[in-house]
Design a protein around this ligand. Structure first.
Ligand code: FAD
Length: 322
């Protein structure tokens, strides 16, 4: 059985991010998962136990004290894991940081890079990555011929979960040639002003489009998001009109999301928007135009005015929780 290395994302507080379960599940479909985690000296025993519960056969705790440089600890940890385990593939979350680390690791190891997989499988011993492209209109496969594959996996795209195991835990220490990496001279910490979940890996996303009509009306999107504990997204038209910040944009030139539930309010469903949300597990659309293309991809559709439908929805949700 091939060994599959995964890079586990940690929060700033050192907790395992929720991308880990999907990555380990994807790895278990291909072979024996090795979870690589960068930790402080002596730390990580609790993390190893947690990763066993979500399917890590082996946990490789990598200490990198004194390793400086942008993404140097993670890249060096993956290079060390590749030398130790000779994996058939390295899976990394397709977050902004993960994409950067994957690219660096592929160059470092002379490996092939496959980006934005929404699924993986083994075909006659060949690792195949599955992609959803052109707004979900086509599914395509990609492989790396004759070598190691570094694959970024879209957060939230893998529904499967691996069985719990008792992992083998190995520790390693890495060093780095600082000249390989950019260094950080100073950091300005920006406090998050929102208590809502992060858009990219939220399990529920409520997005608003030009149909909301104004920045003031866009508050309706936020109210529904808060009633559901969801992240707020938007179409580019809503962003361009100044209803909401650009970081909320979902689509080809915005964020790609794969939540369990995606609710589109007053969004027509242009292909560039669908490119960023079509792999959501359940799509609900509310639009007053019955011919809006968003209904082609929606699992549930309401033809109606958002200003009539959404307040009723919020009231019903609040009644259920009181
Ligand atoms: P519209 O297309 O104007 O649709 C508004 C919808 O609201 C309509 O369907 C209307 O029926 C409905 N509506 C109006 N009033 C109400 C009401 N009261 N109640 C219910 N429904 C109502 N777009 C993205 O979203 N993300 C991207 O990343 C992106 N990247 C792009 C990249 C390129 C290179 C290009 C060319 C375009 C890109 N676009 C992107 C833009 C995209 O083509 C569309 O223009 C955009 O998605 C439209 O946004 P919208 O659906 O909010 O607006």
């Amino acid at each position: 059985m091939p060994t599959i290395v995964t890079l586990i994302d940690l929060s700033d507080a050192g907790a395992v991010e929720n991308t880990a379960a999907g990555l380990l599940a994807a790895a278990s479909l291909l072979g024996s998962p090795v979870a690589v985690v960068t930790v402080a000296a002596g730390a990580g025993a609790d993390i190893a136990a947690e990763l066993g519960k979500i399917g890590a056969d082996t946990v490789y705790l990598v200490e990198s004290a004194g390793v400086n440089g942008v993404f140097a600890p993670q890249t060096e940890a993956l290079a060390a894991a590749a030398a130790t385990y000779s994996p058939a593939a390295i899976l990394v979350s397709g977050t902004a940081a993960g994409r950067e680390i994957a690219g660096r690791t592929a160059v470092r190891l002379g490996a092939g890079l496959i980006v934005d997989a929404v699924g993986v499988r083994l075909d006659d011993g060949v690792i195949v990555a599955e992609h959803s492209i052109f707004g979900g209109a086509y599914n395509v496969d990609s492989t790396v011929q004759g070598g190691l594959a570094v694959v970024t996996v879209r957060p939230g795209a893998i529904d499967a979960r691996a069985s719990a195991v008792t992992p083998t835990v190995t520790r390693a220490t890495v060093t780095a040639d600082a000249s390989r990496y950019a260094t950080i001279d100073s950091v300005e910490v920006t406090e998050a002003t929102s208590t809502r979940p992060e858009l990219r890996d939220a399990t529920t996303v409520v997005s608003g489009g030009r149909g909301l009509g104004s920045k003031e009306n866009f508050a309706l999107v936020e109210q529904l998001a808060d009633a559901l504990g969801a992240a707020v997204g938007a179409s580019r038209a809503a962003v361009d009109a100044g209803y909401v910040v650009q970081t909320a944009q979902v689509g080809q030139t915005g964020v790609t999301v794969s939540p369990q539930l995606y609710i589109a309010l007053g969004i027509s469903g242009a292909i560039q928007h669908r490119a960023g949300m079509q792999t959501a597990k359940t799509i609900v659309a509310i639009n007053k135009d019955a011919d809006a293309p968003i209904f082609e991809v929606a699992d549930f559709g309401i033809v109606g005015d958002v200003f009539t439908v959404v307040p009723q929805l919020i009231t019903a949700l609040r009644e259920r929780t009181t």
